[in-house]
Every structure is written in C-alpha cells, then in structure tokens.
Design a protein around this ligand. Structure first.
Ligand SMILES: [Zn+2]
Length: 211
C-alpha cells in the first residue's frame, strides 16, 4: 500500500487537525486556518476517508491536502509527515515496507546516540587519564629512586633526613605547650637539641673536608 493510501486509510481529518493544533468544536467545526475566520466555518470529518470543507473560503480536500496546506508542503511530503506522526507503515514504489520516523522520534534517537557517544568519550578520557597518571607516578617514583641513590651516599643528607623530623617535633612541642609544662622537660629537650646541633656541625665539617 502506497503512502497516500496508507495514510488515508488510517488517519481521519479530525485526528490530523487535532494533532496539528486545530481546535474543533462539538459539531466538528473549527476556525478556518486558511482565511481570517471569526466564527468556525470549517467542517472537519471524523471518519476515515473524510475531508474538510470551509464554508467561508471554499478551501477543501482530504486529510493529506489538509496537512499539505497547514505545513506549506507538497502532498507527498504531507503524506510522509502523517505516516511518521501516526506511525503508519506503507510500501514504497519497489514494494519495500517503510516506517516513516517522525521528527520527534528522530530527535529522541539522535539524543540517545549523542548520550551514548558522550558516555563512551568520557569513559575513554577517564581511561586515558588513569593510564597517563599511572605512568607519570611511575616516572616520578623512578626519578626519586634515582635521586635517592645519589643522596644515599651523602652522609649529611642521610643524617639530616633521619633527624629533621625529630627536631621539628621538638620545636612544635615547645610552641604548643605552656611554660609551666615546659619547665619539667626543657632540660631533656635542650640536651637533645644541643647533641643534634653538635653532631650537625661536626658532620658538615667532615663532608666539607671530603668534598
Ligand atoms: Zn476558510
């Protein structure tokens, strides 16, 4: 069945008129969209194969003519629009079954595709980030390891990193506590710091002489 026949046998003029926004009263009359109509003067049929007729401007036709005139398109285009909007399957000139897709359905399909593509793009980007980040961390780790090997031979460096935390803790302890509290422990702290300071000077001199 070709598109014209398929549409005419499936859609009433009234269904089409309503679908495209025409208000129809109980007597099947509406204001004519094709002339400046103050009182409803267009009759629209509610039956399959029916038509429309305007008592004002004499515009008339079947369901396809109605949509062609409303949309300002040819009959073939109008029939395809109706087939799409009313989900009507027809046969093309080669006898192949065709299901027209309406603009709204096309948009929904496109949105689904866009969403899917975006999700894939995001997934790929996250995978790339994780891969690059992991390689960068690995590189950083190896670089630090290489540097540490050089520094391991540096006696002063090793001494400093082993004691810096402790001396920093001592300093924080002093800042965080009241004089009353510190009075009991200041001797110990002082003894420790003096020992560090002495060792530090000694070790620095030794490495200066060595270099
Ligand atoms: Zn009219």
């Amino acid at each position: 069945m070709n598109v014209f026949k398929a549409v005419k046998e499936n859609v009433t003029p009234m269904d089409a008129a309503r679908f495209y926004g025409i208000k129809i009263n109980r007597r099947g009359m509406c204001s004519c969209p094709f002339h400046n109509d103050k009182n409803p003067s267009m009759k629209i049929d509610a039956k399959i194969g029916g038509g429309f007729y305007c008592f004002g401007c004499q515009e008339a036709g079947d369901v396809i003519d109605l949509v062609a005139k409303l949309r300002g398109v040819g009959k073939y285009e109008a029939a395809k629009i109706l087939a799409g909007d009313f989900d009507i399957t027809y046969e093309d000139s080669c006898g192949k079954s065709v299901t027209e897709i309406s603009e709204e359905e096309k948009e929904r399909i496109k949105k689904r595709q866009d969403d899917k593509e975006f999700a894939e793009r995001k997934r790929d980007l996250c995978q790339l980030i994780l891969k690059v980040m992991s390689e960068m961390r690995e590189e950083k780790f190896l670089a630090e390891e290489r540097a540490m090997k050089v520094l391991e031979d540096d006696e002063t460096y090793i001494w400093v990193i082993n004691r810096l935390d402790r001396i920093e803790d001592d300093y924080e302890y002093i800042l965080d506590h009241t004089d009353a509290k510190l009075k009991g422990v200041i001797d110990d702290i002082e003894k420790g710091v003096m020992a560090y300071a002495g060792e530090f000077i000694e070790i620095r001199n030794r490495s200066k002489r060595a270099s």
